[in-house]
Write a protein that binds this ligand. Structure first.
Ligand SMILES: Nc1nc2c(ncn2[C@@H]2O[C@H](COP(=O)(O)OP(=O)(O)OP(=O)(O)O)[C@@H](O)[C@H]2O)c(=O)[nH]1
Ligand SMILES: [Mg+2]
Length: 386
């Protein structure tokens, strides 16, 4: 595959002077099964980074330079990745800082992860032997660790440990899918936003641990306060948006209305002379029909069942799941009222719904009815059964 190492630079003359020969002489010769190149995405650095790159371009023909106005790291990366794809025919876009924060010796491991079928391989400082620079002051260490923990917690995505770094091998398909959404992320938030969108869209991400090293040459470009503000703004709004559009919220609203249908039907039929158990059962079935339809066409829309025959076959299964909920409710009510008396029935019902019915039914819908979650042991079982 054609791999382009993209080095964003702003005033990195001394670093680029060291890094390019290391890549060309020490790293690339060890990579046999890929066609390696370098693209420097420089923002007309006043220190003459571009001139150094042009000098190297005369020595090695696999080096390119994309110069542009300084708009920030994210903007330089979007420009560089677009250039690498269009002008250099890149299959893999490999981002890396130019200041030796990222260890070039790790590059082959990232490529192995892609060969194994991942869409993205990302460097991590926070797991399996990765580390942050030992010489960082305490406040910087705490900042870095807490910052990443905060991102993971707010986004509720814990599998990935390092969200903010830029040591990443990305298949071009991932960039093509996310490019339009990424244009507005001109600064450092680009890294978190890009990874978040890639994970959201189901791209497979592998982590590669590495020991980060503080720069010894040149100066840092990051403005910490602005960075933190933008980062928090992104993760909070992104999470809020996700919750607002989540299947879970729609499922919860559907269930709440379903409950109202059940209660109203019971009241109306009872007042017209029907026995409460019959009235309750009819109300229950109406709620089940409502829940099944709304979840199918709204909450789990992306996985909806459209074929009429399949829809009809799924309905009894859905009823079976609902039966499970009924068993749970009556068990909690039976045991609870035994201990706390009949007056606790409404509290017990709420308790049963929150702690038993919701976790149970939401899981059953996702695993068995609409099959949004792939449970590995089940998948294996299905493969065996054929
Ligand atoms: N083209 C371009 N590159 C940038 C810009 N901002 C930062 N970079 C590059 O992005 C990489 C990471 O930036 P750094 O300033 O090292 O940020 P950092 O790694 O968070 O901070 P330090 O390692 O402490 O310096 C470096 O190679 C920078 O030269 C920018 O606006 N434009
Ligand atoms: Mg750096």
């Amino acid at each position: 595959m054609k791999v382009v190492i993209i080095l964003p630079t702003y005033n990195e003359k001394d670093n680029i002077e060291r890094l390019i020969p290391i890549l060309e002489q020490d790293i690339f010769p060890k990579i046999k099964n890929h066609d390696m190149s370098i693209l420097v995405a420089d923002d007309n650095s006043p220190d003459g980074t571009g001139t150094v790159v042009k000098r190297f371009m005369k020595k090695w023909d696999n080096i390119a330079l994309s110069s542009g106005e300084k708009q920030g790291l994210g903007a330089a990366l979007v420009r560089g990745m677009t250039y690498a794809m269009k002008n250099l025919n890149a299959d893999i876009l490999f981002g890396m800082d130019a200041d030796f924060f990222h260890d070039p010796k790790k590059i082959p491991i990232f490529l192995e992860k892609i060969e194994q079928g991942h869409d993205m391989a990302i460097g991590t400082r926070y797991s399996n032997g990765g580390s942050i620079p030992a010489n960082w002051g305490l406040h910087r260490k705490v900042f870095s660790i807490v910052g990443n923990l905060l991102v993971r917690t707010i986004l509720m995505r814990f599998r990935i440990h390092d969200w903010t770094g830029g040591f990443r091998a990305i298949k071009k398909e991932v960039f093509l899918k996310e490019r339009n959404e990424m244009i507005s992320f001109k600064g450092y938030t680009f890294q978190v936003a890009f990874l978040h969108k890639a994970v959201r869209d189901g791209f497979r991400v592998a982590e590669v641990p590495f020991a980060a090293h503080d720069r010894t040459l040149g100066r840092s470009k990051i403005a910490p306060l602005e960075y933190i503000t933008n980062l928090l703004k992104y993760v909070i709004t992104a999470r809020f948006h996700e919750v607002l559009h989540s299947s879970f919220l729609k499922y919860a609203i559907t269930g709440l209305v379903g409950y109202a249908i059940n209660a109203i039907t019971l009241e109306v039929l009872f007042k017209n002379g029907m026995h409460p158990s019959a009235a309750g059962a009819i109300g229950g079935e109406l709620a089940i029909i409502w829940n099944f339809s709304m979840n199918n066409f709204w909450s789990f829309k992306k996985h909806r069942i459209t074929k009429p025959l399949k829809f009809l076959l799924k309905f009894p299964q859905f009823n079976l799941v609902a039966l499970g909920s009924l068993v749970m409710i009556s068990a909690v009510l039976g045991i609870g009222t035994h201990y706390y008396g009949e007056s606790s029935r409404q509290i017990l019902l709420i308790f049963a719904i929150i702690f038993f019915v919701i976790p149970y039914s939401y899981t059953m819908y996702n695993v068995f009815i609409w099959k949004r979650w792939r449970v590995s042991f089940l998948a294996k079982l299905q493969e065996k059964v054929g």
